[in-house]
Design a protein around this ligand. Structure first.
Ligand SMILES: Cc1cc2nc3c(=O)[nH]c(=O)nc-3n(C[C@H](O)[C@H](O)[C@H](O)COP(=O)(O)O)c2cc1C
Length: 197
């Protein structure tokens, strides 16, 4: 597998897409460590570097977390009314026993923290974007899995992942080799509310 495409940063930013279909190729430890090294180059509030990582490449465990995540989300009134309002198709996929919230990706990187703090979520998500851009530059595909945040923060799963009680799972990112070409993205023009000069 080629692990470097030599993309410049703007090409990686524009080329990153949420990837939801992967080949069965398993990523080696070295590649994941390089992605985590890119993640930790992100800025952090007061230079706290609050993050901590858990990597899951055990397919059975990912399937178990997926099944629990779907059940949890369907039980939560706040989640179901959000999806009803914003994305009714999400409720249908969550009800589908065959749907895997991790899209059968071979690797889940959970970016979390050892202790909460006012800027910790921002720190972790900035690390997540670095990781996803580095993966894009290596020809790999990624997708944030917000569906997984609830299950990853249950006491049992936190224990399995080694996340301390005071900490949390913040940004779950699947990584793998994309199956097929990556579709171009579309964005609305930015809404610039004001520009004083
Ligand atoms: C915080 C966050 C949570 C997300 N959760 C999910 C998810 O659970 N499942 C999923 O398929 N995509 C998820 N996505 C991916 C978005 O759907 C995707 O980024 C968006 O549609 C834009 O597409 P693009 O990333 O290809 O530009 C999430 C993205 C973010 C930023």
């Amino acid at each position: 597998m080629s692990t470097e495409t030599g993309l410049d940063v703007m090409s990686a930013i524009r080329g990153r897409r949420a990837i939801r279909s992967f080949t069965p190729e398993r990523l080696g430890r070295g590649v994941i460590e390089e992605l985590i090294d890119a993640a930790i180059q992100a800025p952090t509030a007061v230079h706290r570097e609050p993050w901590a990582f858990a990597v899951i490449q055990d397919k059975e465990r990912l399937r178990r977390y997926s099944d629990r995540a779907k059940a949890l989300l369907l039980e939560q009134r706040e989640a179901t009314s959000f999806f009803q309002r914003e994305e009714p198709r999400a409720l249908a996929v969550l009800s589908d026993p065959a749907f895997n919230i991790f899209y059968d990706a071979g690797t889940l990187v959970v970016i979390g923290c050892r202790a909460r703090g006012p800027f910790v979520d921002a720190d972790c998500w900035l690390a997540a974007e670095n990781l996803m851009l580095a993966a894009t530059a290596k020809g790999l595909g990624t997708c944030c899995i917000g569906f997984a945040v609830g299950v990853l923060n249950t006491p049992e799963v936190k224990r399995e992942l080694g996340i301390p009680d005071a900490g949390a799972a913040v940004a779950p990112i699947i990584v793998g080799v994309p199956r097929g070409p990556i579709p171009p993205g579309a964005r609305k023009p930015p809404l610039i509310l004001s520009w004083a000069s």
